[in-house]
Design a protein around this ligand. Sequence first.
Ligand SMILES: Nc1nc(=O)c2c([nH]1)NC[C@@H]1CN(c3ccc(C(=O)N[C@@H](CCC(=O)O)C(=O)O)cc3)CN21
Ligand SMILES: O=c1ccn([C@H]2C[C@H](O)[C@@H](COP(=O)(O)O)O2)c(=O)[nH]1
Length: 283
Amino acid sequence: MKQYLDLSQRIIDEGQWVANERTGKRCLTLINADLTYDVGNGEFPLVTTRKSYWKSAVAEMLGYLRGYDNAADFRALGTKTWDANANDNEAWLNNPYRKGVDDMGLCYGAIGRNFPKPDGGTIDLLRQIVDDLSAKKDNRGEILTFYHPGAFHMACLRPCMYSHHFSLLGDTLYLNSTQRSCDVPLGLNFNMVQVYFLLAIMAQITGNKPGKAYHKIVNAHIYEDQLELMRDVQLKREPFPAPTFHINPDIRSLEDLETWVTLDDFSVEGYQYHEPIAYPFSV
Ligand SMILES: Nc1nc(=O)c2c([nH]1)NC[C@@H]1CN(c3ccc(C(=O)N[C@@H](CCC(=O)O)C(=O)O)cc3)CN21
Ligand SMILES: O=c1ccn([C@H]2C[C@H](O)[C@@H](COP(=O)(O)O)O2)c(=O)[nH]1
């Protein structure tokens, strides 16, 4: 939580104003931030200085792991966060590759679970990584990437957290996640939970212990219409102690994640938080 508040304050103190063409808004922007989550010690990075919707965050990551490519599937899982990008963005609505209502196109899990090969066919990157880590193998390239520049014109958005690199030392699993673009008031709230969750669940389904997760952010920004709420409301609040995150121990495999798992298989204990803040969202 302290890392989140420090980054937000750093953007306010040192950030530069940058015009963003896609959204038509200016962003106060900082380059490079490194956050660390000690998953092995259960330090769950949930924001407490406003109500944070952690179930939505977990649902998003679960949808990526399942390879979902449309907002209706994400809604069925328990999050509406892809509705706007799938259905309200002018450029995407006019894109000939859009398959209809709720389609997100080729992004996130639709790429990572089905990565196109130049010589034909596709690779399921997640399946390969789960198989290797379960066999205690780390080939120094256990990388789940959602980044495929050749498919950007067929997607509603380029992936923001685009690479998750797993490493095994003995039976302790580590994760380095990289994010190219970060909406700190809205997106990062979710992204911290997602990086923690990804390491915790991957350790559990591959029979390893979770270690630390390292979260690299390149472009960290606050949109102009969010600045006042962050500076004058959220940053004035005192954080509460971190809650703890629990996963149903019966989840044992990638197939479990793909079939019967719901948000009821996850819980948060001891979550104390301040009043919600409704930050504006830029499509
Ligand atoms: N501008 C922007 N920021 C983002 O963080 C973002 C995108 N676009 N597009 C793709 C995904 C979608 N994400 C989203 C979308 C909506 C919320 C949001 O509205 N959050 C509210 C309510 C959440 C809820 O009720 O479930 C919040 O207060 O956190 C958060 C992340 C993260 N990503
Ligand atoms: O997981 C996510 C997904 C998206 N975001 C934010 C970061 C940016 O504000 C927008 C994406 O816009 P681009 O023009 O494609 O950079 O969404 C996030 O913070 N976390």
